[in-house]
Every structure is written in C-alpha cells, then in structure tokens.
Design a protein around this ligand. Structure first.
Ligand SMILES: Cc1cc2nc3c(=O)[nH]c(=O)nc-3n(C[C@H](O)[C@H](O)[C@H](O)COP(=O)(O)OP(=O)(O)OC[C@H]3O[C@@H](n4cnc5c(N)ncnc54)[C@H](O)[C@@H]3O)c2cc1C
Length: 627
C-alpha cells in the first residue's frame, strides 16, 4: 500500500493545493515542485527511516556517563532529512528556505511519521527556529535559528517540570540577571537559570553540534519572589554549548560555508545544562527523553553555577511566545498520530489479505475438508479494516485541512485570513486529540486483525500502538485539550469561531443534500451540528465552570466525531466529483468509509453529548472514599 495516491487526492482534488500558487509568496511553485518535494521525502523515508524503525525501538538511547548513544541509523536518517532542506521548508528564500506552503510541508512530513515516528524528523528543531524567526532578535535568528535550519544545531522545548506538567503556572525554574551589563549582551539580555526540566524530548544526544533549548522560567520580582501564575513566565534560549560569534561577513565564508552576510558561529564553553537522566518509555524510543538540570554547577560558566540564557521577546511574555508555535505543533502531533494509525492500517490490510483462517459462515463452515479463506473475507475483519481506514484517512484529511488554514491565515486576504485564524483556534484541539484517540484505536484494531501474532514483536503493529500511546499525553493531555475546547475555544470572540465552523459544515450539508447517495448523511450531519450547538449552550447554562467542564472530554468526543463526519462528507463530495461513475476502487473505498462513519460512528455522539448537556456529575461528585 502506498500513501501517495491518498495524499495526492486529498491535496489536489479535495483541497486544491495548487491554487495556493496564485499567491505571491508561493508564485514560484507548481504541482511539479510540490511533487518533487514529495518524491524526495518519500524516498528518504523509505530508505533511511522505515528499515530502522524496529532498530531504534530495541536499541534504546543509553548514557555512557559522558554521552547519550543512539543507533547510527538515527544519525544517518536525520542527516538525510536536514540535507533535504525540510527543516526550513516553509521559510523565506533569503534564509535558505523553500517558501513552501505549510500544507505541503505538513503532507511531506507525513511520510517520515509513517516510516518511523521515533527516529524523528525535525518538528522540534523547526518549531524552535520558527519561533525565533518571529520573536527573536536579528542576532538570535542569525546565530541560533539559521544554524537550526541548516541542521547544524537542533532544538528543544523545555516547558514541563517534575511538579508542573499540565499546570505551567507552577513552573519554578528561576532566571536572574547575569551581573552588570546583562542587558547589553549581543545575543539578548543575559540571565542565569536554575531549575529542573522534565520530559524534554531530544534534550541530550550527539546528533548535532549544539542543542538549543528554549526554556520557560520565571524572573523574580523586586522582592526576590517568583510571580505566581503564567504571567510571570519568560522565555530563554539556553544553548548546550555557548557560542562565539564573528561579525557578519561581506561575502561567502572561507570554504564556501554560509551565505553572504551570515555570521560565523563557533562553539565556546559548555553551558551549565546537565543530563540528570534518561526516561525509559513505553514507545517512541528512538527519541531521547530527558530530565535536565539547569544551573546546578556541573558545568560552571566563568566559575559560577547557573545556566546562561538569553531572553527571547519581553520579560513575562514567555508563554505567549511559546503559544505562537502551538497550532503547528499540535497539527504535527495530530499528523504523527494519524500516520502511526495509517502504518498499522496498511500492515493489517496486508496481513489480512494473506492469512488463511476459517471458512465462510453457513453450510460447510466447519468442514475441514473445505479450503480455508483469507481473513479479509470475514465480515468482522472487514469491519476492523474499514474502521481503521475511516479513522486514519479521515484524520489525515482533517490535518491537511488545518494545515491549509495555516496557509490561509498567513497569506489570504485580510477577512479570509482572520476567519482562518479563528477557525483554526476551534479546530486545533480536535486536530491534536481526535487522531490521538482514534488512530490509537486503529492501532489496537490492527493488532486484533493480526490475532496472537499482533501481540508479538515479530510484527510491527504492537510498536505502532506503543508509539501512538504518547499522543494523548504530550502537547496538552486529552483532558486539557477538552477543557481548552469547551472552556475557551467555543466561547472566544463571542462564539464566532464555532459559528464559522457551523457555516462551513452547513455549506457541505447543503451541497451533499443535492447528491442522492449522500443526502441522508447530509441530514444526519445537520442534526449533529445542531446537537453540538445546543450541547455547548446547555453545558454552560448554569454558568458554573465546574459543572460545564466536568464532561469536557465526552463533549470533545462528540464534537470531534461531528467534525470528522463533516470531513468525510466533504471528501465524499470531492470523490464523486472526480469519479461520478465510481469506476475507481479508491472512490468506492472513500464512499464506504463515509458510510461506515455515518452508520457506526456518528450515532455515538448521542451518549457523549448527553452527559455534557445534562451536566451529569456522576463522576465529579463521587467522594474519594467511594472509589
Ligand atoms: C514522551 C514524552 C515527551 C515529552 N516531551 C516534552 C517536551 O519536549 N517538552 C516539554 O516541555 N514537555 C514534554 N512532555 C511533557 C508532557 O507535555 C506532560 O507529560 C504533559 O503535559 C502532562 O503533564 P504531567 O506528566 O505532569 O501530568 P499531569 O499534569 O500531572 O496530569 C496527569 C493527569 O491529570 C490530568 N489533569 C491534570 N490537570 C488537570 C486539570 N486541571 N483538570 C483536569 N485534569 C487534569 C491530566 O489530563 C492527566 O490525565 C513530554 C512527555 C512525554 C511522556
């Protein structure tokens, strides 16, 4: 099975990605340039990632007392990724980027996520550098971001602490000005940081020359105390190795390195950031995950404990800066979850086509003299395969739709750009959480299709499930995403985001009503949309957040399934528009997945939304002793 035809259909026939080339920013691009990017990424993923997915799972990162050791395959894969230019794919030409639409970048990254999510491509590094391009000074961009885009340095995001995961207001890493003249450092106001950061992905390794940590920390007030809440949080660049910077060169650097005007950056002293330990994870083992100690004196700088950090943006605006990259990061997580689901779907489809077991139901069904059939011929196995297809291809469509909104937000006319921004706000919790839950369920079904073999390490599906189990936890847990959706996103700007979404869904309903074979789905979707609207109001009817949010997760499940029902109906319209005679098996498959979603999945929203709209407190009110 190849992902490419599905991706091509969704991008070109459904989302009309080519039309983006009419925008000035993407004017140099065409379907040919997009396809060339996909060809390259597909090849690198096939050659450098997929064959080593099991290797990186079994050869977990280990610390030899000095260095973290990763398999050679990880070094090779990440080198190939950096060489492809994907780290700066969406960046301006003048910083060495390709000025690709984000839609294309996200689609191209899907190949890597499917081949080996845990070898990792560049999500953290790109996100880190992109953030600096928006909030950093020119020097921070030149010294740190540019070297991340080239693959020479890599990046991390250091938010979580052992006692502060979901609740970032409880961050206690402290940043104090580093002596007199701290504000005059060319790399930004210089601070000393002390604290511990937990769960930091790619926090230590030898894959790149330097690691650029973006760290959330608090600057104490005049009384020396940390300001409580998220207001007190600032953002710092804390490089593993301090850097020496030579002033801009008038032309290319000796040896052809660098571009005209680029600065020469060499490594200086070791900064006071130390690995306290590696976390040993259920899955996603190809990526190191670390507890980092900042400023405990293992690597004193100028004889003093304290990690050197350079302020990014203004003091106390750290979370705002960090949130800048959240939409794309969450689309990235949703896409990773989707592609793990897709990898399991393809593996189980292949297995089901080849595994003989049992006989057809009916006369002679138990007659051992009759030949066995392949398990794909059993109705229940077909059910499990179609469920996976509906979850994963639907989720991929949703992620690409959201990626397209990112491009709209950045490049459309002002009103359309603003609508895209707001729509994205509402859809982002779904883009992150829906695939994390349902493509994980797809992985579970992929194991089930394999029977006992699926439960062994002889087949890849158990690893996909383990790798995917992370996605409901990081980048905001399921519970936190749900509270963000019901507690903030559907209410923001007077509920305009929800109205915008309702408008888009209604437009699809209207179109599908005119297509006889989709009309009943259109009707069901119209009802589901009304139900989401009334459940939102009913959940908030008492105005008590404690009551409204007690069932935020079931609400998000009902909301998410409604969104996916819309996505499938819209995809079905595009499939019929492209092939009304249904001559292609792919069209039959898309229509069947739509039908599956409306018959087997959408009816579930009734139970989910009911507890939200009745503000059912069965769980919330139960005293601890009763558990
Ligand atoms: C493999 C891995 C990689 C990670 N990578 C990074 C990284 O690179 N950088 C980084 O900064 N962090 C990273 N994280 C951290 C991740 O974002 C946190 O684990 C996550 O935010 C949850 O925090 P926690 O583990 O402290 O759990 P907790 O916050 O303690 O949550 C435990 C449970 O309680 C629920 N809960 C908590 N608060 C509430 C509430 N107010 N209302 C309702 N329910 C609540 C949660 O939903 C969850 O189910 C990573 C984590 C893992 C496991």
């Amino acid at each position: 099975m190849s992902l490419r035809p599905t991706l091509d259909f969704l991008l070109y026939q459904w989302l009309d990605a080519e039309s983006l080339n009419q925008r000035e920013r993407f004017a140099d691009h065409s379907r040919e340039t997009f396809d060339a990017v996909f060809d390259t990424c597909e090849r690198i993923a096939r050659e450098k990632y997929a064959p080593f997915n099991r290797t990186v799972d079994t050869q977990e990162p280990h610390f030899d007392g000095e260095k973290v050791i990763l398999p050679q395959a990880t070094h090779d894969a990440q080198k190939a990724y950096a060489a492809s230019g994907m780290l700066s794919a969406a960046q301006d030409y003048e910083v060495g980027g390709m000025q690709l639409p984000y839609t294309v970048e996200a689609a191209a990254n899907a190949f890597f996520a499917m081949a080996s999510v845990s070898i990792g491509s560049g999500m953290l590094t790109t996100g880190n550098a992109n953030l600096l391009m928006v909030h950093g000074t020119d020097a921070q961009k030149d010294v740190f971001a540019r070297n991340e885009f080239s693959g020479r340095f890599s990046g991390t995001m250091c938010l979580s602490e052992p006692q502060a995961g979901s609740s970032l207001s409880d961050v206690v890493t402290r940043a104090v000005p580093d002596g007199e003249g701290f504000e005059a450092d060319p790399l930004g106001p210089r601070y000393r940081l002390k604290g511990n950061k937990m769960w930091i992905s790619a926090g230590e390794h030898e894959l790149t020359e330097n690691i650029i940590h973006l760290v959330l920390a608090k600057i104490p007030g005049p009384d020396g105390k940390l300001i409580s809440g998220t207001r007190g949080i600032s953002l710092f660049i804390v490089p593993k190795w301090l850097v020496n910077v030579e002033s801009p060169h008038p032309g290319p650097l000796p040896g052809g390195e660098g571009e005209k005007g680029s600065v020469k950056v060499t490594l200086g002293a070791r900064n006071d950031v130390a690995l306290a330990g590696l976390n040993h994870k259920l899955g996603w083992r190809g990526t190191t995950n670390t507890l980092l100690n900042f400023g405990e004196g293992k690597y004193p700088v100028n004889g003093e404990a304290g990690a050197i950090g350079y302020l990014v943006g203004k003091p106390h605006e750290g979370l705002r800066c960090m949130f800048h990259m959240m939409n794309e990061a969450r689309i990235g997580v949703g896409t990773a979850a989707t592609m793990l689901g897709m990898a399991g779907y393809y593996a189980s489809l292949d297995y089901a086509k080849n595994r003989p077991q049992g006989r057809p139901v009916g006369p002679g069904g138990k007659d051992a003299a009759q030949p066995q059939i392949r398990i794909i011929e059993h109705a229940d196995v077909k059910r499990m395969l179609l469920a996976q297809k509906a979850y994963c291809e639907g989720a991929l469509a949703l992620e690409l739709y959201c990626a397209r909104l990112v491009d709209e937000h950045h490049t459309a006319e002002p009103q359309a750009a603003d609508d895209a921004r707001l729509l994205l706000e509402v859809l982002t919790p779904i883009a992150k959480s829906w695939p994390s839950e349902w493509c994980l369920e797809a992985n579970s079904l992929a194991i089930q299709v394999h029977g006992g073999y699926g439960y062994t390490r002889d087949f890849p599906v158990e690893q996909y499930w383990r790798d995917n189990r992370l996605n409901m936890i990081h980048e905001g847990t399921h519970g936190i995403q749900a509270m963000d959706l019901l507690g903030r996103k559907v209410l923001m700007e007077g509920g305009r985001g929800l109205q915008l979404l309702g408008g888009r869904i209604s437009a699809t309903v209207e179109k599908a009503t005119r297509v006889p074979e989709l009309a009943s789905y259109a009707q069901a979707l119209g009802k589901a949309l009304q139900r989401v609207g009334s459940a939102t109001q009913a959940a908030w009817a008492s105005g008590q957040p404690g009551e409204a949010l007690a069932n935020a997760v079931p609400y998000m499940q009902g909301f998410g399934h409604t969104v996916l029902a819309w996505i499938w109906l819209d995809v079905a319209l595009a499939a019929l528009a492209a092939d009304s005679a249904k001559l292609m098996a792919a069209t039959l498959g898309r229509l069947a997945a739509t039908r599956y979603f409306y018959h087997y999945e959408l009816p579930k929203i009734d139970a989910w939304l009911r507890v939200a709209e009745t503000r059912d407190l069965t769980c919330a009110d139960l005293p601890e002793e009763a558990f």
